[in-house]
Design a protein. Structure first.
Ligand SMILES: [Zn+2]
Length: 257
C-alpha cells in the first residue's frame, strides 16, 4: 500500500457501483485505479473521485489497475464543476494531459502544469487564452518546445524576419530555403505572444488582453502543433468549442438587448 498525491483526470463507471478512476500523481504519473462502491451516493470515496479533485490517495497493488481504498481531498475544485464553460475547458486540458503522457511515467513539470492549469482555469476570465498558455506550456514540458526564433532546418536567425512560416511537423519556423511543405503563416505579433508565454507569470496572463483575431491565430498554430504530435481527436476539445461558441452567441444577444 502507498500514498500518492494527485489529481483525478477522468472516471468511468464499472460494474454496478464501482468506478475506474484515472489519476495523475506526483509520485507515479498517470495511474489507473478502481474505486469500489464509489458510485453509491453515501460512499466515502464518492466526492474524492470527482474529476479535477486534488487529493491524497491510498493505493493498493503493484501494477495494472490499483485499488483506491482511502483518501482525502486537498482541493475539491468544485468551482470548475459548477460552471459549464470552466468545466468544458478543464475537461479539455485534462484530456490533453491524459492523451500525451505514458502510464506510470512521472514528470514533475507536467504535474506542476496540471496544478497551475486547474488554478488558472478557475481564476481566468479569458478561458481561451488560458488554454493557449497551457497548451504551449505542456508542449514544452513534454519536450516539444516550439522553435520560434530560428529556422528548424538550418538554424538561421529569423528574429528580424517579417513573413514567418510555421511548420507543425517541424515544430517551429522554417526559412525560405528549408520549407517543409506543411507551413502556415504566423504573424510577428503572434510569434511575440507565444515567445512571451515562456516568461509570463500566470498572474500576468490573467491580466493580458488580446484581440480576438490574435487569439484565433494562436489557437490555429497550437492546434496544428498538437495535431502533429498526437493523433487523438480530442472529444473534450470539440465539446469546449461547442459550449464556448454557444456562450459567445448568447452574450452577443444580451449585448443587443
Ligand atoms: Zn533554414
Amino acid at each position: 500500500m502507498f500514498w500518492c498525491q494527485g489529481v483525478v483526470l477522468k472516471t468511468k463507471p464499472m460494474k454496478e457501483a464501482d468506478r475506474i478512476v484515472v489519476l495523475y500523481t506526483k509520485e507515479k504519473g498517470k495511474l489507473g485505479t478502481v474505486a469500489k462502491g464509489s458510485r453509491r451516493p453515501q460512499n466515502r470515496l464518492a466526492s474524492l473521485v470527482q474529476p479535477f479533485t486534488k487529493g491524497k490517495f491510498l493505493l493498493n497493488g503493484s501494477s495494472g489497475l490499483r485499488d483506491l481504498s482511502q483518501g482525502m481531498i486537498i482541493e475539491s475544485n468544485q468551482e470548475l464543476r459548477d460552471d459549464l464553460l470552466k468545466m468544458a475547458a478543464a475537461n479539455y486540458f485534462l484530456e490533453l494531459i491524459d492523451s500525451s503522457v505514458e502510464t506510470e511515467d512521472p514528470d514533475p513539470k507536467v504535474y506542476q502544469t496540471l496544478l497551475l492549469g486547474l488554478k488558472l482555469l478557475n481564476l481566468s476570465s479569458d478561458l481561451d487564452l488560458a488554454l493557449r498558455y497551457l497548451e504551449y506550456r505542456l508542449l514544452g514540458d513534454l519536450g516539444w518546445n516550439l522553435q520560434l526564433e530560428s529556422c528548424t532546418g538550418c538554424g538561421k536567425d529569423l528574429m528580424k524576419e517579417s513573413a514567418l512560416r510555421f511548420s507543425p511537423v517541424q515544430g517551429g519556423l522554417t526559412c525560405a530555403n528549408c520549407r517543409f511543405g506543411d507551413e502556415v503563416s504566423l504573424s510577428v505579433k503572434g510569434r511575440a505572444v507565444l515567445i512571451s508565454f515562456d516568461r509570463l507569470k500566470p498572474k500576468a496572463l490573467i491580466r493580458l488582453k488580446l484581440e480576438s483575431e490574435d487569439k484565433k491565430e494562436l489557437e490555429m498554430i497550437l492546434r496544428h502543433a498538437w495535431d502533429s504530435r498526437i493523433e487523438t481527436k480530442f472529444k473534450a476539445y470539440q465539446f469546449w468549442k461547442e459550449v464556448s461558441s454557444l456562450e459567445n452567441s448568447n452574450s452577443g444577444k444580451d449585448f443587443r438587448v
